[in-house]
Design a binder for this molecule. Structure first.
Ligand SMILES: C=C(O[C@@H]1C=C(C(=O)O)C=C[C@H]1O)C(=O)O
Length: 335
């Protein structure tokens, strides 16, 4: 197996795999396949990565290529709540001053491999059942792999599909989520922001808000489709949408983005966490929000999770939600 490879769950139960060396490019190629990888601030001018070889495979067939990898085991460090408490306090103050309606801090649990290594995590991600979509990027010493429930966009011709995914509860609290005013408000911030960002591009249809079951965790989900009036590039749609208020600030301005970036850096969030990660295959694009994943470099492992904070949010509840998200990821990876 080559040193660098990338994968993304594709339609029809297949997974797109690209093997390196990769060539970075400003635009997707005319035909063939390319991966899209960028940081949260979309600072790269060359976000497309064109693989030397690519294929659409059965996930199990790809996993078989890694048979014999030692299963991953990670020793996790105790997580100190005080840096998050400090950021949470600053966010509440900013909300009171009217700078934000909502923002999404990220807390990172750290650990180190005691057995296995990054590629063994990538193999586990391949087993993510729908609606989770496996994704990952593996290079010589580092990488990330996850199973994301959130699409930033899917684009085929002039049909654009996206979703609002925000508002979270444990599976046992499914019924109360459906009537929880604070969670509904958090979700509606996201759904309405998407509608207003996309409304001028064509005929938009907003589906009903529903509860999406992801095993131990449930979210509010609203599908949104736009029949575009004219051709739009994937890059311009990514810039229009990212970050939605599911991962980013509301309102989204230079100032609110830079405040969020400062909090993310302070808490050690990997730069690709919550950023768009996707691919393009012969004119069809699928771009995920890179969440519910694990990042590694050498022995070091990071498990980031974010939570939407609005005026009605309370520190203990957010801390609990962050733990729920991390525990769901650990369970999926068998960590
Ligand atoms: C930020 C994460 O998830 C996002 C935030 C959610 C929320 O605040 O309710 C729900 C789904 C995702 O859009 C994460 O999993 O780390």
């Amino acid at each position: 197996m080559k040193d660098t490879w990338a994968f993304l769950g594709w339609s029809g139960g297949k997974v797109l795999v690209g093997r390196g060396p990769f060539r970075a490019s400003a635009v997707a190629p005319e035909s063939g396949a390319a991966f899209y990888r960028n940081d949260f601030g979309l600072s790269s001018d060359l976000p497309w990565w064109i693989p030397a070889e690519w294929a659409l495979m059965e996930p199990a067939a790809l996993a078989r290529e890694w048979e014999g990898e030692e299963p991953p085991r990670v020793a996790w460090e105790a997580l100190d709540a005080s840096p998050f408490a400090g950021v949470f306090q600053e966010i509440t103050t900013s909300i009171r001053w009217g700078i934000f309606e909502k923002t999404v801090p990220v807390v990172v649990e750290r650990g180190s491999f005691v057995a296995g290594a990054g590629p063994s995590l990538a193999v586990r991600a391949l087993a993510g059942p729908p609606p989770l979509v496996p994704y990952g990027w593996v290079d010589g010493r580092g990488g990330f792999a996850g199973m994301s429930p959130e699409h930033l966009l899917m684009l085929e011709g002039r049909m654009l599909r996206t979703m609002a995914l925000a508002g979270t509860a444990r599976a046992e609290e499914r019924e109360v989520l459906a009537v929880d005013e604070k969670e509904i408000r958090e979700h509606e911030f996201v759904a309405q922001a998407l509608v207003s960002k996309l409304g001028d591009l064509g005929r938009l249809e907003r589906g009903a808000r529903e509860v999406l079951d992801l095993g131990p965790i449930v979210h509010f989900h609203t599908p949104i489709e736009v029949a575009l009036d004219r051709d739009e590039s994937v890059e311009s749609l990514i810039r229009r949408l990212h970050p939605t208020p599911a991962l980013g600030p509301l309102p989204r301005t230079g100032e609110t983005m830079s405040r969020l970036q400062t909090w993310r850096e302070r808490l050690g969030a990997p730069v690709e966490f919550g950023a768009p990660f996707g691919a393009w295959v012969n004119g069809v694009a699928r771009v995920l929000v890179a969440i519910r994943g694990v990042w590694w470099r050498g022995e070091d492992v990071k498990l980031p999770a974010g939570c939407g904070v609005i005026e009605a949010s309370r520190l203990v509840n957010e801390w609990r939600e962050l733990r729920l998200k991390r525990e769901a990821v650990k369970a999926r990876f068998g960590l």
